[in-house]
Design a protein around this ligand. Structure first.
Ligand code: HEM
Length: 409
């Protein structure tokens, strides 16, 4: 049986999206009392989905595809063109394997050691005041370059930091910041393309166990090398988000400041409490607002018709704050993760579903390792205090920027 999908009236709601930011989808879900609705964004009719069953629907490969789903401006800054995000089916699975093969236990172990080493290096040069966001950007950039096996000169590190950072800090901007991000993407892609070509020609000796070598030599589902440009795009797909974990570190310090009793718990109860704290940071604070896909073929779900080719957005933030899944979703409460049963579609800060088959973030374990090691260092080894500061997050600041500052004692 057919049902009418709630439709938001009006020509376009892009301005409301920019204003309401992370609340845009939830506001409509509440207004229409419906987890499925239709609105208009950037001149297009768009379906909105919020919730666990809706996430499961969104990840159904028979119903949705990623091809041409991301807006051009996001591709030109955040993702790059031709990368894994926009692939479907067999081609996607094959490329995704390359990413997943990098996430072994040994790798994650090594990453933790690199994180500790690079924090120690940075802290050895820190007098008192530490800008958390900038510091973790430097640490994670150095970790990412080393992990990927990309040769770099010490004096060039700060360029890498700025450039990688620009690729994700300005996704939601229009105008000069957007153009600057595009400029950096072109520059970084070109530099990496040349590096890939040198590796292939044997003109640059690189560690064969490292990612730069793997991606340079990787063959696609048809047995061909990736074009140097796509290899560059995929290498940036590892470097950029590793540096973006600095956003989580920033909000993690905001949580430490605002919920000092949780810090005490971690100190006294140890690892498990730290783990719950990190999970709650990823649930509670916003990062990616939503994901985009297109309807593959017209279908009916719960009585609602989804028309072929239409853009569909899955609300990640709203699903992580859905009262049908989370009790008191707007409270910061790491203890909610005691005896928590993980399911693929209810806790989706880095996407949902299956890592190998779907588009779920292949960097989720790596993200957790970066956060665990960083938390461990600041809980146990580096005493600090919070000077007076705002630490506010705007609802439409994508990604959030509390810009926390701490004083090392
Ligand atoms: C995909 C979030 C860290 C690499 C994604 C997606 C989200 C996400 C929401 C899209 C999932 C989908 O389309 O279904 C995050 C957040 C991170 C993070 C919030 C923490 C800051 C990382 C790290 C890496 C990484 C550390 C790699 C080192 C990727 C790649 C994809 C992806 C390659 C595309 C996967 C695909 O299309 O199959 N991430 N991520 N991410 N992430 Fe992450």
């Amino acid at each position: 049986s057919h049902r009418e999908m709630p439709v938001e009236k009006g020509l376009d709601h892009t301005l409301q999206l920019l204003r309401e930011g992370y609340d845009f989808m939830m506001n409509r879900k509440d207004k229409f009392h419906s987890r499925v609705f239709e609105t208009r964004l950037l001149g297009e009719k768009v379906y909105g989905l919020v919730g666990k069953e809706e996430a499961e629907l969104f990840y159904d490969e028979d119903k949705f595809v990623r091809k041409n789903a991301a807006p051009g401006r996001v591709q030109k800054t955040l993702f790059g063109k031709g990368g894994v995000q926009g692939l479907d089916g067999r081609e996607h699975r094959h490329r995704k394997k390359m990413f997943m093969s990098l996430m072994s236990n040994d790798t994650l172990q090594e990453i933790r050691q690199l994180v500790r080493k690079e924090w120690n290096h940075l802290l050895a040069h820190t007098e008192k005041e530490l800008h958390v966001r900038e510091a973790s950007q430097i640490v994670f950039t150095r970790v990412a370059l080393r992990w990927c096996g990309i040769p770099f000169e010490e004096k060039k590190v700060s360029d890498w930091v700025d450039e990688l950072n620009d690729l994700f800090e300005h996704v939601a901007h229009i105008g000069p910041k957007h153009w600057k991000a595009r400029f950096f993407r072109n520059k970084a892609e070109k530099w990496l393309e040349e590096l890939v070509e040198k590796v292939r020609a044997g003109k640059e000796t690189v560690d064969q166990n490292r990612l730069l070598y793997h991606f340079s030599m990787y063959k696609d589902a048809h047995g061909n090398f990736l074009s140097p440009n796509i290899a560059a795009v995929e290498i940036l797909n590892l470097l950029r988000p590793t540096v973006a974990v600095s956003v989580y570190v920033d909000v993690m310090f905001l949580a430490m400041r605002d919920y000092p009793e949780e810090m005490k718990k971690i100190k006294s109860q140890g690892k498990e409490a730290g783990e719950r704290f990190i999970q709650e940071v990823r649930r509670y604070y916003p990062f990616f607002p939503f994901l985009a896909a297109r309807v593959k073929e017209t279908f009916i779900w719960n009585g609602y018709e989804f028309e072929k080719g239409k853009l569909t957005l899955l609300d990640l933030y709203g699903t992580n704050h859905d009262p049908a899944i989370w009790k008191n979703p707007h409270l910061f409460d790491p203890d909610r993760f005691i005896n928590w049963k993980e399911t693929p579609f209810s806790f989706i800060p880095q996407g949902g579903g299956d890592f190998e088959i779907g588009h779920r973030c292949p960097g989720e374990w790596l993200t957790l390792e970066l956060l665990r090691e960083t938390l461990d260092i600041f809980i146990h080894d580096v005493p600090f205090t919070f000077p007076k500061q705002d630490g506010d997050i705007e609802r439409n600041d994508i990604p959030p920027q509390p810009n926390m500052i701490i004083n090392i004692i």
